[in-house]
Design a protein around this ligand. Structure first.
Ligand SMILES: Cc1cc2nc3c(=O)[nH]c(=O)nc-3n(C[C@H](O)[C@H](O)[C@H](O)COP(=O)(O)O)c2cc1C
Length: 176
């Protein structure tokens, strides 16, 4: 698939087939694409990736998130069998740079996933409560002094393949 074709085809999925796993080799390719992202100051040791294929862990995050939000438990991962969490060091070179870095890593993974025929979505909401649950973060192997800032859910949609959208200047823009 050509790069622009993958960009046009990328689309958030919110109905993954929980019983259809992503082959490890494909996950590896997606994670490698994430690692190829630009990183502010090239501070590569300020990021950590956690590839989670454990339903028990995802269930625990769902419980923790629902408790923190005081809502009924629901699946914030939309049934995805794989979620890659991007964590950032608490100490950063500039305010907010960890979110920019994580976004670059995640978008690379989403485009690579689309290229590989793996459906995907960028997730933020489910990570906020997790960041405060240090016990669960430790259980997930997230290094001390790091906190999760974003995640990419991966899997296969129950609704079939997404149709490519036409590339257009669809955000407010001016050319000078
Ligand atoms: C920083 C960021 C955080 C997001 N967090 C969530 C989220 O927590 N839950 C969710 O369902 N979608 C989340 N999304 C997906 C957006 O809602 C989605 O990209 C947007 O609606 C556009 O749809 P599209 O991805 O299909 O083009 C997030 C996207 C970004 C870039």
């Amino acid at each position: 698939m050509q790069t622009l074709e993958a960009i046009a085809k990328r689309k958030s999925t919110r109905n993954f087939d929980p019983n259809k796993s992503v082959p490890d080799a494909v996950i590896d390719t997606i994670v490698k694409a994430g690692c190829q992202a630009p990183i502010g100051g090239n501070q590569r040791d300020s990021l950590h990736l956690t590839v989670c294929r454990s339903k028990d862990i995802l269930d625990a995050i769902n419980q923790s998130t629902a408790a923190a939000m005081k809502i009924e438990p629901r699946d914030f991962f939309y049934g995805a069998p794989v979620v890659v969490f991007v964590s950032a060091a608490n100490k950063q070179m500039a305010p907010g740079v960890e979110y920019a870095n994580a976004a670059c890593v995640i978008e690379n993974m989403l485009i690579a996933a689309t290229d590989a025929g793996v459906d995907n979505i960028y997730l933020w909401g489910a990570v906020q409560a997790l960041a405060k649950n240090t016990e669960l973060c430790a259980k997930m192997g997230i290094p001390e002094d790091f906190r999760p800032v974003s995640a990419a859910a991966l899997g296969y949609s129950l609704s079939g393949a997404a149709q490519p959208r036409e590339l257009s200047v669809s955000l407010s823009a001016n050319y000078i």
